[in-house]
Design a binder for this molecule. Structure first.
Ligand code: UDP
Length: 263
């Protein structure tokens, strides 16, 4: 599929114009960054895994009625998506204390929260993505009260779905980040899930040992970062146990749901 000109390059992805109006091609890079870009590495094979994991999760969410930007995977590193106007908020759902909430509220890492909580962060690298409340969001017009309600409701439904999905893979979903966008269809505006859902934006711990299988392996210099992501993909049934993860000789071979090799 022919991709058009590059319209955006982020830390882990590049967006190109898609083949039809209203579509984009999302390319997954191997780059990993942390601590507001202060730490950077190229982790060979990460983009291929995130492309496939995000496809798998987005398709599952569509099946339970959550609208997403995902249309189809094109190849090992690219997917066709709907063009949306990104809402400049990161929506974080937490089930267990980890990362920034531990410091902010003085909670021990690993402590279960009284219930799942949803938080909003304003997307601005210069400011280090500060946490914001509903009043800030509506005062500055980043999202309407209705959009805030919809994002919270979707986020909790995504949390229920993902918690179950990962639990069957023997993985505990600690927290994760979502992004939403507006899709314009004539006079109508539709809120849909955008970006990606992958170990780059989730905390995933082995259900029994608590072993970290997400981007914290990179943040904390634990090593075997891509191996953690690959194990997530394997447990979700995306990769076969015996597969060597190489595309053009450098990424995972993909399997369809019936176990046959795909493109
Ligand atoms: N997260 C993300 N992008 C960000 C900030 C956070 O994907 O810019 C994810 C992160 O991977 C974790 C969750 O959101 O799964 C909560 O992150 P937290 O606020 O604890 O921040 P961190 O400690 O990761 O900086």
């Amino acid at each position: 599929m022919a991709r058009g000109k590059q319209i955006y390059e982020g830390k882990a992805k590049i967006l190109y114009e898609g083949p039809e109006p209203g579509t984009l091609i999302q390319f997954f890079k191997d780059d990993a960054t942390a601590f507001n870009n202060q730490k950077h590495s190229v982790l060979e094979g990460k983009g291929v895994l995130n492309n496939r994991i995000s496809e798998f999760v987005m398709l599952g969410l569509e099946r339970i009625g959550i609208p997403t930007h995902f249309i189809k995977r094109i190849n090992m590193r690219e997917q066709l998506i709907r063009h949306v106007e990104i809402i400049p908020l990161e929506v974080v759902v937490r089930n267990v204390a980890a990362g920034s909430i531990c410091k902010r509220l003085g909670i021990k890492e690993g402590e279960a929260l009284p219930r799942s909580v949803v938080e909003f962060y304003y997307k601005d690298d210069k400011l280090g993505d500060p946490m914001v409340g509903e009043d800030h969001i509506t005062a500055w017009g980043w999202a309407s009260p209705q959009e805030i309600d919809d994002m919270m409701a979707y986020a909790l439904r995504v949390n229920d779905y993902l918690s179950g999905l990962f639990a069957t893979a023997h993985i505990r979903l600690i927290d994760f980040k979502l992004e939403f966008g507006r899709q314009y269809e004539g006079d109508l505006v539709r809120l849909i899930l955008a970006d990606e859902i992958s170990p780059d934006g989730c905390r995933l711990w082995d259900l029994e040992s608590g072993e970290i299988m997400d981007k914290d392996r990179f943040r904390r210099d634990l090593g075997d970062v891509v191996e953690g992501y690959r194990e997530v993909a394997r447990r979700l049934g995306i990769l076969r146990n015996d597969e060597e993860p190489k595309d053009n000789g450098k990424g995972p071979k993909l399997v369809s749901s019936n176990g046959e090799s795909t493109s």
